[in-house]
Design a protein around this ligand. Structure first.
Ligand code: PMP
Length: 287
């Protein structure tokens, strides 16, 4: 089946959806995005993603091409047209194609933003084998720009980080700045000590994960302690457990950091419990 995608108001076969070479995202990474997961044909945490999208747009003085209710309708229609049971919906909004290259933002009155959405079918997304074994990570220097709270499409360094991990025989990388872990290449990072979940506090240094917000809320409800503070790679290596969160991996246990096994090298009890709670609770509020 040919995938149907959404581009600027139209539902099109993927090979007919074309964007200008002058699009600001192509020339300058001038665009923002969101990834929302789909389980059992329903969108997980859509409200959180829509709110963060609006914030990213506002921070960059980028105009939303439609309201958030319309956006929900488009997401749902793509799920229907592509018959998605489990998978992801990628959304990107850019500053559009002014018809030439110029560092100065184009006049929003004359240059329409570009909006693209497409689906990625991932049967069994919530039943990932990696969640049973846990993943291995390496640490790398954080070399990204200073506004990581804005979800822009400048993903070259995170992409390089994934490649560094792959070459080192690991699954992912945690980035370190001034001696402390910021986050994973495409996820938020946590360590567990006893009953305490430790993760970096929100600031411009990290993306404000939608999954992070939900998981911290569920952790507190499950009587776990939550400490939002910096931690180092050495502290992480000595932790009882570690995990990552993102819309596509949910809660994923980490079992090895820079070649050092955490505990007995199997997913931690609390990480697995949080994964279970997250999946159960977020399915209940899926739309
Ligand atoms: N940090 C970074 C750098 C990310 O790219 C992502 C995923 N897009 C996350 C954290 C997790 O955010 P969310 O839970 O909203 O997917």
């Amino acid at each position: 089946m040919t995938r149907t995608v959404y581009l600027n108001g139209d539902y099109l076969p993927e090979d007919q959806a074309k964007v200008s070479i002058f699009d600001r995202a192509f020339l300058m990474a001038d665009g923002v995005y969101e990834v929302t997961s789909v389980l059992d044909g329903k969108l997980i945490d859509f409200g959180g993603h829509a709110t963060r999208l609006q914030r990213s747009l506002d921070e960059l003085e980028l105009r939303a091409p439609c309201d958030m209710d319309t956006l929900l309708d488009i997401h749902r229609e793509l799920v229907r047209l592509n018959d998605i049971t489990d998978g992801l919906i990628y959304l990107q909004i850019t500053r559009g194609a002014p018809g030439d290259r110029d560092f100065v933002f184009p006049d929003p009155e004359t240059t329409e933003p570009t909006i693209v959405l497409f689906t990625q079918s991932k049967p069994g997304l919530a039943d990932s084998p990696a969640a049973r074994t846990g993943i291995k990570i390496i640490s790398i220097e954080d070399q990204r720009w200073g506004r990581r709270d804005i979800k822009t499409v400048q993903l070259l360094y995170p992409s390089m980080g994934k490649m560094m991990a792959k070459k080192a025989g690991a699954d992912d990388a945690w980035m370190v700045e001034d001696g402390f872990v910021t986050e994973g290449t495409s996820n938020n990072a946590y360590i567990v000590k006893g009953n305490k979940i430790i993760t970096r506090a929100l600031s411009h240094d990290i993306l404000h994960g939608i999954t992070r917000a939900a998981v911290l809320r569920f952790a507190k409800e499950a009587q776990m302690e939550v400490e939002e503070r910096n931690f180092s790679i050495d502290e992480a290596k000595a932790a009882d457990e570690a995990f990552i969160t993102s819309a596509s991996s949910f809660v994923m246990p980490v079992v090895e950091i820079d070649g050092v096994l955490l505990g007995d090298g199997t997913p931690g009890r609390r990480s697995l419990r949080l994964r279970e709670i997250y999946l159960e609770e977020s399915r209940k509020t899926a739309v």
